[in-house]
Design a protein around this ligand. Structure first.
Ligand code: ATP
Length: 287
């Protein structure tokens, strides 16, 4: 079990959170820009210091303001993945993983990890020859190579386009379950959070406003078709309003009744549901 209690005065509000996380779970912190998500990851990693707090990971106290304990970053067993990879550009793909290993006895793990994310044939290549998606895969397995107690992921896929992102989400889930590593992810993408997480914490202005499993928290009914989108424009009409909604890479125009129209603002995330089989579905003929 992981207990995280943190207080820190930030520029415009006080961050004040209390998170209890089951070991080996994948949890997400979800909330608007500036809510304090990255700060929580930085405080857990020891890159920043809380004004008051207690961090205990599987019975090991990493931080306690009461007992004056603050483990340095290198002693907190953490894997960190950011959106900008932070790979060593002057080393080969394989050396990037080797560098992260605790012991050189584990060298066979390098091939195993590269194989898992389809990068084995790139082992001796320079990092600069990899695509964005391949670099992100490498950053992920490098974090797992450290066998961390806690994996911290800060918008790990936001630089990738949608098909790559979906593939990498599957690989991340596979790695996380295979290595059983408790993971905390910050992401803006509801479908990503809903797909990967065992538990989601909503944060706003530095406080947890609700938490629970994704089905409950996002009101997902498995008997429905569920599509997440973001309102990017709205125009009133005589009989109904028209919403412009971003769904993945596509922009969709949707009619909305007066109540829906008035309740929604640009930037709002929405869940579009329709009862299974109660919709029109046609194959698009391309010839
Ligand atoms: N060391 C610090 N001291 C004081 N305030 C800080 C510090 N670090 C960040 N902040 C402020 O805390 C607030 C939260 O920042 P943070 O980066 O944690 O938000 P976020 O939820 O990750 O946002 P985004 O989704 O845009 O990345 C911001 O207003 C930021 O300016």
């Amino acid at each position: 079990m992981i207990e995280i209690k943190l207080k820190k005065k930030l520029f415009t509000f006080e961050l004040n959170v209390d998170l209890t996380i089951k070991s080996n779970n994948f949890i997400s912190i979800f909330g608007p820009s500036g809510a304090g998500k990255t700060t929580i990851l930085r405080l857990i990693a020891g890159l920043d210091k809380p004004d008051w707090g207690y961090i205990c990971v599987d019975n090991e106290v990493w931080f306690s303001s009461k007992d004056n304990i603050s483990l340095p970053v290198r002693l907190r067993k953490i894997g960190f993945v950011f959106q900008d990879y932070a790979l060593f550009e002057n080393m080969s793909v394989g050396k990037n993983i080797e560098f992260a290993l605790e012991s050189k006895k584990d060298l066979n793990v390098v091939d195993e990890l590269l194989e898992l994310v389809h990068l084995k044939e790139y082992k001796n290549q320079k990092i600069s020859l990899l695509s964005g998606g391949q670099k992100q895969r490498l950053a992920l397995i490098r974090a797992f190579a450290r066998k961390p107690k806690l994996l911290l992921l800060d918008e790990p896929m936001s630089a990738l386009d949608l098909p790559l992102r979906v593939n990498l989400q599957d690989e991340l889930l596979l790695l996380q379950k295979k290595f059983n590593i408790t993971s905390i992810m910050v992401s803006h993408d509801i479908s990503e959070v809903a797909k990967l997480s065992d538990h989601v914490f909503f944060i706003n202005n530095g406080k947890i406003t609700k938490h629970g499993d994704p089905q409950t928290i996002f009101d997902i009914d498995a008997n429905n078709v569920n599509i997440f989108g973001t309102v990017i424009d709205k125009k009133p009409g005589d009989l109904f309003g028209m919403l412009k909604v971003l769904i993945g890479n596509s922009i969709v125009h949707m009619p909305a009744n007066t109540e829906q129209f008035l309740n929604l603002s640009i930037g709002d995330k929405i869940l579009i549901t329709t009862k299974a089989f109660n919709f029109s579905l046609k194959k698009v003929l391309l010839d």
